[in-house]
Design a protein. Structure first.
Length: 388
């Protein structure tokens, strides 16, 4: 029996993690849950899974909801200290990190220092501070396992392979909602960008898919996780979304990871590793596939992808700046304060003004994050640049 803490239990990754627990109750139990503020869904989860501790990050919501949880015999904690407590519980072996935003960074480092196995779904830790996190994990002996389907695919293909044998890593992309649209994307509306043809996701990740920033961020993650330069990482558009990742070796051979697209598969593998557990999901039937298509992304129409490569190559605090500026730019687009084409402009201008810290500590990462958010906001509020 493996005991779990789940940070971000009411989001899509958190709920899918609980589905895996539900399928394999003899293998996994939930000892702690953490959310930012969705107390209603959290209460339903607490009734079913009976954790010992829950963290509601928002202190006002925590205070208001605490009596209900205490009647279940569940202890309530809050804030940064609460998140760190949930991430370091003595009875927990594995921490699932799916809390979006910089708030999830400190508890992940705390879990690694406490020698917990950490399964990471949210991009911020590996984008903002991936090198620092892996250095901390190496020092403590903790395992850092990816849950993103593309990075899980790469991990499975690369397992027990000598890094010197790697020639190229390939991440695949569905292509987003504008793959077939020709011409300028400047007049794209939020409603159009949120209408993904294949997935139902939260607004932030859906817009990142539309701009291809999600792949820019994934390039940074892969470079940090697998310790390869960004120049060895390729992105290909693969609309069928059957092949999640490929590895090319120096002898010209390739390994590919294929499967049905369901987050429960990489989540379950990260929980059961090094074992593989049976799963009731529909299995991939290759006879039902007419063809698999791959094409290079249009980098001129989707400049956010190259911004990801640039940030990875520069390193230091630049990936944190990219991530923060992107969050502000996406928010501005969704609230119609900038055009779709303004998203990469805000990010690029913020990156250009950043005073890089080449070998940052965690405090430098947080400082760069805060600075980038203020700087990106200033382009919107002071109209420093034409963004439309």
């Amino acid at each position: 029996m493996k005991h779990l803490s789940i940070l971000g239990s009411t989001g899509s990754v958190g709920e899918n993690t609980l589905r895996v627990v539900r399928i394999h109750p003899e293998r996994f139990s939930v000892k702690a849950l953490a959310v930012k503020g969705n107390t209603e869904k959290l209460y339903e989860q607490a009734v079913e899974f009976r954790p010992k501790v829950i963290c509601i990050y928002d202190p006002q919501k925590a205070q208001k909801a605490a009596p209900r949880f205490k009647r279940l015999g569940v202890r309530v904690v809050t804030g940064d200290e609460g998140l760190e407590e949930v991430a370091t519980l003595a009875s927990v072996q594995e921490v699932v990190c799916a809390m979006v935003g910089a708030a999830g960074l400190k508890p992940i480092f705390a879990a690694v220092r406490a020698k917990k196995t950490v399964a990471i779904a949210n991009k911020e830790p590996l984008v903002m501070a991936g090198k620092l996190l892996l250095e901390a994990a190496e020092k403590s002996g903790a395992a850092v396992l990816p849950i993103d389907s593309e990075h899980s695919g790469l991990w499975q293909c690369l397992e027990k392979q000598d890094p010197s044998f790697i020639k190229k890593l390939t991440l695949t992309s569905s292509g987003g909602p504008f793959r077939k649209i020709k011409g300028s994307l400047a007049k794209i509306t939020p409603a159009q960008a949120l209408n993904h043809p294949k997935w139902k996701m939260g607004p932030k990740i859906t817009i990142d898919s539309a701009t291809m920033m999600n792949k820019g961020l994934e390039v940074i993650e892969a470079a940090n996780l697998f310790r390869v330069p960004a120049g060895k990482i390729e992105v290909l558009v693969h609309p069928e979304a059957i092949v999640h990742a490929l590895v090319e070796f120096v002898d010209g051979s390739h390994l590919a990871h294929l499967g049905v697209t369901d987050m429960r598969l990489p989540i379950q593998y990260a929980l059961s590793y090094p074992e593989r557990l049976p799963d009731p999901l529909p299995h991939l039937d290759l006879t039902q596939l007419a063809a698999l298509h791959f094409e290079k992304p249009d980098r001129k129409r989707f400049p956010c992808l190259d911004l990801g490569y640039t940030a990875s190559k520069i390193g230091g605090t630049m990936p944190a700046v990219l991530n923060a500026a992107n969050e502000i730019a996406v928010e501005a687009f969704l609230s119609r304060r900038t055009a779709f084409s303004g998203i990469p402009k805000i990010i690029e201008k913020t990156m250009r003004l950043h005073r890089l810290v080449y070998k940052p500590v965690l405090a430098d990462i947080f400082a760069a994050d805060a600075w980038a958010r203020l700087e990106a906001h200033s382009f919107l509020t002071m109209k420093k640049a034409r963004l439309a």
